[in-house]
Design a protein. Structure first.
Length: 176
């Protein structure tokens, strides 16, 4: 079997895809479960109670977009591990102290900033579809616009997976 592995190495993008899909799938299932609970049981806020139709439309939008946001978040964390391997500590031993806290704050801020920039194209896609057809079919366009935005986010995720695969290949000693 080792000869086959040396002859046909596993591409880095497939390793990265495998690393991100497990946590992304768990997050997506959790988000969908919580969305079902929210749509069914949460009350409205004050005088702004939503009709059941509106709840379902907003729930569908969230069900389409939240897993894509989570996938991008997982990809950003994996990119940080590949770009700055010295900052990532594996195992049960964690850094403690003010330096570790500062490092975690910097990583959280950087993750949020990168995620914000990553969703800008999807927000533009959503806005274009939603604003162009809202006058025609009303709130029913929101899930369609969310689907277009989700496709945009998934394209970004695919590009990031290929890029991270190339970064991962730099660390693969079997390719030397």
């Amino acid at each position: 079997h080792l000869d086959l592995i040396k002859t046909y190495p596993v591409p880095g993008w497939s390793v990265v895809l495998g690393e991100v899909m497990a946590p992304a799938a768990v997050l997506a299932c959790t988000e969908w479960f919580l969305l079902i609970l929210a749509v069914c049981f949460l009350p409205g806020l004050g005088n702004h109670a939503l009709a059941p139709y509106q709840r379902v439309m907003f729930g569908l939008c969230a069900a389409l977009l939240l897993p894509c946001f989570s996938l991008l978040g997982v990809l950003i964390q994996n990119a940080a591990a590949l770009l700055m391997p010295g900052w990532i500590h594996l195992g049960k031993e964690h850094q403690q102290g003010i330096e570790a806290m500062g490092q975690r704050l910097i990583m959280a801020g950087a993750t949020g900033l990168v995620l914000l920039f990553a969703v800008i194209p999807a927000a533009i896609l959503f806005s274009m579809v939603f604003l162009s057809a809202y006058w025609l079919i009303g709130l029913a366009i929101a899930p369609i616009a969310s689907l277009v935005a989700a496709i945009g986010l998934l394209i970004e995720a695919a590009v990031a997976i290929v890029w991270l695969g190339r970064l991962f290949d730099r660390f693969d000693a079997s390719l030397e």
